[in-house]
Design a protein around this ligand. Structure first.
Ligand SMILES: NC(=O)c1ccc[n+]([C@@H]2O[C@H](COP(=O)([O-])OP(=O)(O)OC[C@H]3O[C@@H](n4cnc5c(N)ncnc54)[C@H](O)[C@@H]3O)[C@@H](O)[C@H]2O)c1
Length: 357
């Protein structure tokens, strides 16, 4: 089996690659990434890309069709992947997240790929009052990032593939340790604050609902989507991926982290305007379709893995909210160094950029 993983050099990608390598030791795994965050390692264990057979550097907007020859499954992670980046780089977000993804799915279909797995997001529910959202409910994307995910899902449902399964995994907000950790994610941010300054500062009033999923459980869902047959969900499927137990309000996430890291204070910004993003999600469809691949990792285990991982790299930076684990900071720094254009295309090849940095 050959699996192409785009965006493998981000936060989720290395954990997915490690899981797929364990699950299918003989598979040929190919990574394709433009390498925005190649240097943002948070692991003492060396480059996660060594688990691949091949690492290719390139922009997904220019992905050569020949790369899909002989590929059985595509795991498409490459994206400008949060709201702050999407709002600063809106045109590029539309090009990369929407147009390039739709093109890639069409190329995969033409090349005879068997499974196309798209990393979508529960953030497409936006602000959703009145109970947990199911897949058929009205979407309410509030940001360029969320709108890009909706655009791809709509195109994938319209494409009517003949022999390829297409799975849009609407992931809850990710959390947990990774060889390229992000601290611009709610749980990870709180654990970093607790460790670096014994304080969790909640930027909102803490009331928004934010379902979570640990990265290792995301990897297990991707494994399921690669292998699923058409009887389990149909030819093109959108499914919420997470667990009902992890539908939490932000203030409860903060309190749980504070309990796990004794001595941590929690400050809530009660004067903050209400966060427009708040949604609870119904994960019943995923429970029915993938009983063997349900999320297994609980909050305590996720926090402990983060503490262990951050401890292993001697993390103690109270200024982490503007550091190299914040994706927007990294993109802005690449722009300042003239390594990227305003369209987020590389002006300097990734390898040269690293030598120059
Ligand atoms: N982290 C989450 O909370 C979460 C939740 C739901 C869905 N997702 C989705 O999962 C996927 C992976 O998320 P992540 O957290 O690992 O994101 P990330 O930002 O950490 O990694 C994305 C990777 O894509 C690469 N990339 C971006 N633009 C590219 C381009 N034009 N060409 C080639 N490579 C490009 C980047 O270099 C990076 O390595 C994304 O599609 C994201 O939208 C993430």
């Amino acid at each position: 089996m050959q699996i192409l993983i785009t965006g493998n050099m981000g936060y989720v990608g290395p954990v997915v690659v490690r899981h797929l390598r364990r699950r299918w030791p003989d598979a040929k795994l190919i990574g394709y990434d433009t390498g925005y965050f190649a240097d943002c390692l948070t692991s003492a264990e060396g480059l996660p890309e060594t688990l691949l057979d091949t690492q290719l550097f390139g922009d997904v907007r220019d992905l050569p069709p020949a790369l899909l020859d002989g590929v059985d499954a595509v795991v498409h992670l490459a994206a400008i992947s949060n709201d702050p980046m999407g709002s600063r780089y809106e045109a590029a977000t539309n090009e990369i997240n929407a147009r390039a993804s739709i093109r890639l799915a069409a190329l995969a279909h033409q090349a005879g790929v068997r499974a196309f797995v798209f990393a979508s997001s529960c953030s497409i529910y936006g602000f959703a009052e009145g109970g947990p959202r199911r897949e058929g409910d009205t979407l309410n994307p509030l940001t360029a990032y969320a709108r890009s995910k909706v655009a791809v899902e709509e195109s994938l449902h319209a494409m009517q593939p003949q022999a390829m399964t297409v799975t849009c995994l609407r992931f809850a907000t990710a959390c947990g340790m990774s060889p390229r950790l992000r601290l611009d994610l709610v749980l990870n941010d709180f654990v970093a604050g607790a460790l670096a300054s014994q304080e969790i500062s909640v930027l909102s009033d803490g009331s928004p609902w934010r379902p979570l999923i640990e990265v290792r459980d995301m990897a297990r869902a991707i494994e399921w989507a690669i292998a699923r047959d058409v009887e389990h969900g149909g030819r093109v499927l959108s499914v919420n991926v997470g667990s009902d137990a992890w539908n939490l309000q932000v203030r409860d996430i903060a309190q749980a982290v504070a309990r796990a890291v004794p001595g941590t204070r929690v400050s809530v910004n009660s004067a903050a305007p209400p966060d427009r993003r708040s949604y609870r999600v119904d994960f019943g469809l995923y429970r029915d379709l993938a009983p063997q691949h349900q999320p297994r990792i609980g909050l305590a285990e996720a926090v402990q893995a983060l503490r262990d991982g951050l401890g292993a790299i001697d993390f103690a930076d109270p200024g982490y909210r503007t550091g190299r684990c914040i994706r927007l900071t990294v993109l802005d720094q690449l722009r300042d160094r003239a390594a990227l254009g305003s369209d987020l295309r590389r002006l300097v090849p990734a390898a040269e950029e690293r030598v120059a940095a």
